[in-house]
Design a binder for this molecule. Structure first.
Ligand SMILES: [Zn+2]
Length: 362
């Protein structure tokens, strides 16, 4: 028997009739509304990643219909995430998804195949176009590079704001020959002035190297999550102004709250901004105890032995439920977008078991 689902009137859902009402205060006829979301292509996506991608497309489709405006999903691919670590002389080094291989292919290529397949399907279902921006393209963005230089020029403040418990800012570079980077940063070795920053690095195979970052050049710089969240906001605001677009950030609900206010909004204030991007957060998929259903936990510890294997990754999901299962999931996520009370809340793995239950072909 189906259990009853409750939707208590809480927070913003209590005062909002439809999600697009939350956009009106910043929408003044811009030519396009872009929904930006991101993921690390470090494995076949699990249920939570799939529902967040679906949320982006469902939102883009709903906003297009409600406001009669062109919309698009922009997917930020985070191929700079570590794919393997190597120890050398007591220090931990890493290679990212682009420099780590499975036979002849990079892990980025292997895992992005699944992401592209999902993006393609959703684009058709929602009738919304999408674009993919790699991290490599992102770090080349002049507004991102300008923001990194501005942050390093205000180092003491940003160290406390963005790295409350770390000894220094986390900006990295990787060996220009083989892509190996140092994982732990105790003391950032850099020189900077108002217009540029030079980072020093060491590769066990290729020796010492230096990279120079200016607003205009393209030497590779790797920044961690806090930095990326903040500089993405900067680039978004600047590009929206230049292109007459309105970009909305859509992330999983675990990035809301203290993170969003402190790392993002307070960071933007310090960088001189008085306007901020609209941010929406997709419902989080929770395990039985109320914790986020986590891909990294699964990959590291073989957690979730009791959870439906279809929820662990996309390949299993398709094997188990086929494309019909994707349709069921899509219908569910679309229903969240139709009613704020269904959007501003989280859902458990049990709940998904119930809605997928009838389609289980195992
Ligand atoms: Zn090297």
């Amino acid at each position: 028997m189906k259990r009853e689902v409750f939707y208590p009137p809480v927070g913003i859902a209590h005062v909002t009739n439809k999600l697009s009402d939350l956009i009106l205060y910043k929408y003044n006829g811009q030519k396009k509304i872009i929904i930006n979301t991101s993921a690390q292509p470090n494995s076949s996506p699990h249920l939570g990643t799939i529902t967040t991608l679906m949320t982006a497309f469902a939102l883009a489709s709903k906003i297009r219909d409600d406001l009669k405006v062109e919309t698009e999903v922009q997917f930020d691919e985070l191929e700079n995430s570590p794919a393997e670590t190597i120890e050398y002389n007591g220090e931990i080094y890493y290679k990212d998804q682009r420099h780590s291989f499975i036979e002849q292919e990079t892990k980025e290529q292997v895992n992005m195949q699944r992401f592209k397949e999902i993006l393609e399907k959703l684009s058709v279902s929602a009738n919304v176009p999408y674009s993919i921006r790699s991290y490599n393209e992102f770090q080349n963005n002049r507004y991102v590079r300008r923001a990194i230089i501005n942050i390093i020029n205000d180092k003491e403040y940003f160290k406390e704001l963005l790295f409350p418990s770390a000894s220094d800012l986390h900006i990295r570079t990787i060996c220009p020959v083989c892509g190996l980077g140092k994982k732990t940063i105790k003391k950032l070795e850099e020189k900077h002035n108002q217009n540029e920053m030079t980072l020093k690095g060491f590769c066990p195979t290729h020796g010492l190297y230096e990279i120079n970052i200016t607003e205009e050049n393209q030497e590779y710089v790797d920044i961690n999550t806090q930095f990326r969240d903040l500089t993405k906001g900067v680039a978004m605001l600047e590009e929206d102004k230049a292109n007459n677009t309105l970009t909305i950030m859509l992330d999983g609900g675990d990035w809301s709250g203290v993170w969003a206010q402190r790392m993002h909004t307070e960071g933007l204030v310090r960088l001189g901004f008085t306007e901020f991007p609209i941010r929406f957060f997709a419902p989080v998929i929770l395990d039985w105890s109320g914790a986020k259903f986590s891909k990294s936990l699964y990959l590291k510890n073989e957690a979730y032995k009791d959870i439906n294997r279809a929820f662990i990754n996309y390949d299993n999901f398709i094997e188990c439920y086929s494309d019909k299962g994707i349709d069921t999931l899509w219908k569910e996520v679309k229903s969240w977008i139709d009613e704020p009370k269904k959007f501003f809340r989280n859902y458990s793995v049990d709940y998904f078991q119930e809605i997928m239950g009838e389609n289980n072909h195992e």
